[in-house]
Design a binder for this molecule. Structure first.
Ligand code: HEC
Ligand code: CU
Length: 315
């Protein structure tokens, strides 16, 4: 649709269409204002050049009416753009209920991707077209940034937390994924392909990957191997909260505050349990930081999510 504009990047997601519209409105309005100023400047330069006979009598005094009117008019117009942009920003960064959730781990210098079914890929992400895809992203070392120009989505991937971003591709094809946060010597090579496929192609691709365990099942194994089930399991004698149905609900903490049990919260529970305690429970949850890689963490979280809860939890 916009391809006649030189250098216009590919537009392949609903997110991108929305950003395009705002961008075009901003460009058009700025162009209009610039053209007005330039045309007025040039015409005054020509009309009142030193040799011209145009009358210099009846100089207009400065009028506040005019000053205030044009200042507030431009302010108003640009505030509309601001509100429009802010609304888009909130929409882009508040993930809607996802049809599919994929885990992405950035590390020097690659993107590791894990699908809920256990399929893994490196520097590539296969997704179905016309579906809302939610990415849960972690970093194993430094700050990376996940950028898909054709989708107009970009999000920093920060060590020590989980970030969430979403998109809905509306076109099949292969689109570039790039890291846009300088992350070390080979930062420039930290790229990948987003492969958008039709639903049947995607289902076939998933089936061809030869996995034996879903992410949640791998997480369940870790849950036993690391002794989580000893406290959180059904037959436990330790007074620990059940994790069934936890995801996406509100958790009351001992200090009176409340948190949503989203991905970042679960991560904090496991790696940073000393920093807060769930109300009504003894602070005996061991600290697992240093014992679990980001990969394993995502699997544990996938397992906890598979125990039910409000799956539409945002961030
Ligand atoms: C020694 C017993 C024990 C072990 C082992 C343990 N936990 Fe916990 N866990 C607790 C207790 C007690 C709480 C509640 C108090 C608190 O927040 O510290 C808790 C809280 C949690 C919460 C927050 C629950 C809520 O309702 O908000 C999560 C999530 C969690 N644990 C996950 C895990 C995972 C995953 C493992 C294994 C890697 C694990 N726990 C191992 C005792 C344990
Ligand atoms: Cu990077």
């Amino acid at each position: 649709m916009y391809h006649w504009i030189p250098f216009w990047p590919d537009t392949a997601a609903v997110n991108a269409v929305v950003v395009n519209n705002l961008y075009i409105a901003e460009l058009a309005l700025s162009g209009l204002i610039m053209a007005t100023v330039v045309v007025m400047m040039l015409s005054f330069c020509i009309r009142y050049r030193s040799r011209s006979a145009a009358s210099r009598a009846n100089l207009v005094e400065k009028t506040w009416h005019f000053e205030i009117a044009w200042t507030s008019a431009t302010l108003g117009v640009f505030l509309i753009l601001f509100v429009w942009g802010a609304a888009i920003y909130l929409w882009l960064f508040k993930p809607p209920p996802a049809d599919e959730e994929v885990y992405v781990v950035g590390k020097q210098w690659m993107w590791k991707v894990e699908h809920p079914g256990g399929q893994r890929e490196i520097d590539a992400l296969h997704v179905p077209v016309d579906k809302t895809i939610r990415l849960v992203m972690a970093s194993e070392d430094v700050i990376h940034s996940f950028f898909v120009p054709a989708f107009r989505i970009k999000h920093d991937v920060v060590p020590g937390t989980l970030e969430t971003i979403w998109f809905k591709a509306n076109k099949t094809g292969v689109f570039k994924l790039e890291c846009t946060q300088y992350c070390g010597l080979q930062h420039a090579t930290m790229q990948g392909d987003i492969v958008v496929m039709t639903a049947p192609d995607y289902a076939r691709w998933l089936g061809e990957q030869g996995v034996d365990q879903s992410l949640a099942a791998q997480g369940a194994d870790l849950f036993r191997a690391h002794g989580c089930s000893g406290c959180h399991g059904e037959n436990s004698t330790v007074h620990a909260p059940s994790l069934a149905g936890l995801y996406g609900t509100l958790v009351h903490l001992e200090d009176g505050s409340v948190r949503i049990a989203d991905d970042a919260y679960l991560r904090d529970c496991i790696l940073n349990p000393r920093s807060f305690t769930v109300a009504g429970y003894p602070p005996v949850m061991p600290d697992f930081s240093g014992q679990l890689g980001e990969d394993e963490l995502l699997k544990l979280i996938a397992y906890i999510k598979s125990l039910g809860g409000k799956q539409e939890a945002g961030r």
